[in-house]
Design a binder for this molecule. Structure first.
Ligand SMILES: Nc1nc2c(ncn2[C@@H]2O[C@H](COP(=O)(O)OP(=O)(O)OP(=O)(O)O)[C@@H](O)[C@H]2O)c(=O)[nH]1
Length: 368
């Protein structure tokens, strides 16, 4: 999984997903461009009856066929919905490499036959555009193999054939300057894309994460409840919600101050995370209320889970700084999704059970 070094770990999955979409997009468009350019080039050869490489039909075929075949294959895989997405990047590289092979191969012939400057410029421009697309996906390192490998092969072949290095350099100047411009512009765009991606992720994080505890906030939990309800209707997998309200939490604030209260809330969040499964969702529902969503869980499982959390709070007092640690318990209300009700009705039932737990003396679990 590729992600630039300045993307924090927590955003790397999201970056990989967004990059996959981008790579697929570039691959499909790149394949169409290569097909289109091949059709025009081959068509003009047919109409005008002459080719830069007409002297050698075998080489002509060897240079023109690979990009055509690779592009058709890539488009067939895309439109035929070939499973997975990891093949997009290797396919894009293959398209680029075969196009470079074709272009640089033609250049070798053009060079020897004194091909027209216009023709060379066109092919150099295509090189720069490819380079631009690759740089915009993976930064400058993205074009090392598809661009600099064919270029260095081309230079080595030319030098091997005895062309003077200075003359070669002068002839390549237009290519080098076109590529440098393309690299610079797209390098800036690449960094902008990453900056925009990070800004979007942080905004998204702010709107879904509770800043005090780092848990999901009420909005994000409501969305998860809706998607879990949708999953239930698709797969009939039962799920439970557990609502927790800390007992007499006001006393912590009143006796030790708001900061101590905040520390307790953060530690409660840690313990809830620690004692739930990875697939469970834990969120802060309100001030000192927490909501847990337990997928694939029935009544018995939810009771066991809630009991484990209740013990995890009760078992160890909470550190609050200079003052001695404080005891903090919680009351829990459980509701199992009945298959029909709305998310708010489901939480309301858990709230009623929680109310019963408070009424019965707190520090206990009640099922709706
Ligand atoms: N420190 C801190 N306190 C909060 C926060 N949100 C809510 N509270 C406090 O949580 C307390 C809730 O008090 P109450 O609703 O009276 O309930 P309780 O004292 O927990 O008593 P019971 O729920 O009846 O057991 C209030 O003192 C709120 O100020 C917060 O983000 N930080």
């Amino acid at each position: 999984m590729f992600a630039p070094a300045n993307i924090p770990q927590r955003f790397r999955d999201a970056y990989a997903r967004s990059e996959q979409g981008l790579i697929r997009d570039v691959m499909v468009k790149g394949a169409w461009v290569v097909l289109f350019v091949s059709a025009i080039t081959n068509g003009s050869v047919l109409i005008r009856g002459r080719s830069l490489i007409e002297a050698d039909p075998t080489w002509g075929l060897a240079l023109r066929l690979p990009p055509l075949v690779v592009s058709i294959l890539a488009l067939a895989m895309h439109y035929g919905r070939f499973p997975g997405s990891s093949w997009s990047m290797p396919m894009l590289r293959l398209i680029s490499l075969s196009a470079m092979w074709s272009i640089f191969g033609s250049l070798v012939f053009a060079y020897d036959q004194g091909g027209s400057a216009f023709r060379m410029m066109t092919e150099l421009a295509i090189l720069s555009i490819f380079c631009a697309a690759l740089v915009s996906l993976r930064g400058v390192r993205g074009c090392v193999i598809p661009l600099f490998l064919p270029l260095s092969t081309f230079v080595v072949v030319m030098l091997y054939q005895g062309h003077p290095p200075l003359e070669l350099l002068l002839k390549l100047l237009s290519f080098i300057s076109a590529t440098v411009i393309a690299v610079l512009v797209t390098h800036v765009l690449y960094h902008r894309r990453i900056a925009e991606f990070l800004a979007r992720q942080k905004l998204n994080e702010m709107s879904t994460i509770d800043s005090l505890t780092g848990l999901m906030n009420r909005r994000a939990m409501t969305e998860r409840l809706d998607s879990e309800r949708a999953r239930y209707h698709r797969l009939s997998h039962s799920f439970a919600v557990v609502l927790l309200d800390l007992d007499h939490f006001k006393r912590v604030n009143d006796n030790f101050g708001h900061q101590a209260g905040d520390r307790v809330l953060r530690e409660v969040a840690n313990r809830l995370k620690l004692h739930t499964r990875q697939q469970d969702c834990v969120g802060r529902w309100g001030g000192e209320e927490f909501l847990m969503l337990l997928p694939d869980t029935g009544e018995q499982g939810a009771m066991t889970a809630a009991e484990k959390l209740r013990t995890a709070l009760q078992q160890h007092p909470f550190e609050i700084g200079d003052a001695p640690p404080v005891s903090q318990t919680g009351s829990f209300g459980i509701a199992i999704y009945d298959g029909r009700e709305s998310a708010s009705r489901l939480v309301a039932r858990a709230d009623q059970a929680l109310y019963m737990a408070k009424e019965c003396g707190r520090n206990r679990v009640v099922v709706a």
